[in-house]
Design a protein around this ligand. Structure first.
Ligand code: PLP
Length: 429
């Protein structure tokens, strides 16, 4: 009733169909719902194995010089204004120099666009590529923000497979079969979320050659750059930028373990200047200009964050991550109904397969994760959210004792829900 006593017919309502379609693809929504299922009266500590954010754990605390750089930027009073469109020049130039360390050519300040985290880079690229009729190739399993952002912008996406039996490499033949004259880009994630794999130099070269053959760019999501703790070193896709133009997406969220600082970048790792010639770079700047800016304070701190974080921080973090990945792999391997096709060697995740025939009263991976959250206060991301039904994505970016405890609870959950052995079974053994 309004002041005159009559009903007001409010004309607005939420129901944007593209937003609904995009949100159906959101992994955050799935994981959020699982956190909501946790029984808060359960005295056991919540084991958050559903999303990769090591920053709350003391053992993964950000490097002190990085925190000090942000504090110094804040109190300097120099970063209270709107930053310039692509990002503060000193910040872009520090990122260009940092990325150039690992490339056979030099990036310049103008090759870098700063973003509010890598997710913002994904948003920008999916919008820039959404020309009428275009399609992009996305990995399955993948990182669903690509699908969500493409859906929101009306960009068609097609899935190519990552092959578990080949260490989760890209199914190159599948990519070739999938692409057509409207395919504009292939997205790769290396080191890989959700698979925990790291691509070899040879495999990356093969992807670049395939992109060249098909006339598409590579969007290389390298938010886990250098997060490699197995036998294969991390190689940036930009190393192959002469073969096919590469847009590298990155940021400090994962390597520096500060996802809350919201600082990422888009780098034109394209020594032949094809992205510029095709006006992609211009479109990125235009989109960036009508989108958000990363906080100027963090931009202002970036040169010091990069310069002052010493190698000991990264080495130590990777040593703990290696230990955590080992615990995770061994525990999962020791759980009867779970198979792990590939030992994690990078990122913060591993994909494992559930044997659904083992259980009684559990219908699929979502049901499994929901009951697990309720009964054991362990949150794990169901594979369905990543295009892999009856798989699980487990993160090991968790304080190792809690990780171990969480995986023990996972195991007892599985045993408790196992189908009872039939009397005849033992005779066959
Ligand atoms: C975490 C993650 C991102 C998001 O990074 P932010 O910098 O936190 O936005 C992007 N891509 C992948 C594959 C990720 O795992």
């Amino acid at each position: 009733m309004d002041i005159n006593g009559s009903e007001v017919a409010w004309r607005f309502g939420a129901g944007n169909p593209s937003l609904e379609a995009a949100s159906a693809l959101s992994i955050r929504a799935i994981v959020h719902r699982l956190y909501g299922c946790v029984d808060r009266s359960n005295p056991r500590k919540l084991a958050p194995l559903g999303h990769g954010d090591p920053s709350p754990f003391a053992c993964f605390r950000a490097a002190a010089p990085a925190e000090e750089a942000v504090a110094a930027a804040a109190v300097s009073g120099k970063y209270n204004s709107y930053p310039t469109a692509a990002g503060l020049t000193d910040a872009c130039s520090a990122v260009a120099a940092y990325l150039s360390r690992y490339l056979p050519y030099e990036l310049s300040t103008g090759d870098i666009v700063l973003t509010a985290g890598c997710n913002h880079g994904i948003e920008i690229m999916m919008a820039v590529l959404a020309t009428p009729g275009a399609n992009v190739l996305l990995p399955r399993p993948g990182y669903p923000l690509y699908e969500a952002r493409a859906a929101l912008g009306g960009l068609e996406f097609r899935h190519y497979n990552l092959l578990p039996e080949k260490g989760w490499e890209v199914d190159i033949e599948g990519v070739e079969a999938l692409a057509d004259e409207n395919t504009v880009a292939i997205v790769t994630v290396n080191p890989n979320n959700p698979c925990g794999s790291v691509y070899s130099y040879e495999h990356l070269a093969k992807i670049a050659e395939t992109a060249r053959k098909l006339g598409m760019m590579v969007i290389s999501d390298e938010i886990y750059e250098h997060c490699a703790f197995g036998s294969k070193p991390f190689v940036p896709m930009g190393v192959f930028g002469e073969i096919a133009p590469v847009v590298t997406l990155g940021g400090i969220s994962k390597r520096w373990m500060v996802p809350g600082w919201r600082l990422g970048w888009i780098a034109m790792t394209d020594p032949k200047g094809i992205l510029r010639k095709k006006k992609i770079f211009e479109a990125i700047i235009i989109y960036r200009g009508i989108s958000v800016d990363p906080a100027a304070i963090v931009q202002g701190a970036i040169p010091q964050i990069i310069a002052n974080t010493d190698n000991a921080f990264f080495t130590n973090a990777m040593n703990i991550m290696r230990e955590a990945a080992e615990i995770c792999y061994q525990k999962l391997k020791g759980t009867e109904c779970i198979t792990c096709p590939h030992k994690p060697e990078g990122s913060m995740f591993v994909m494992v397969k559930l044997d659904m025939s083992y259980f009684e009263g559990i219908v699929d991976d979502i049901d499994f994760c929901t009951k697990l959250a309720k009964e054991e206060s362990v949150v794990i991301c169901p594979g369905s959210g990543l295009g892999m039904e009856n798989w699980l994505r487990v993160t090991f970016a968790v304080d190792p004792p809690l990780l171990e405890d969480g995986l023990e609870r996972l195991k007892s959950f599985c045993l408790r829900h196992a189908k009872p052995q039939e009397a005849g079974d033992s005779v066959m053994c």
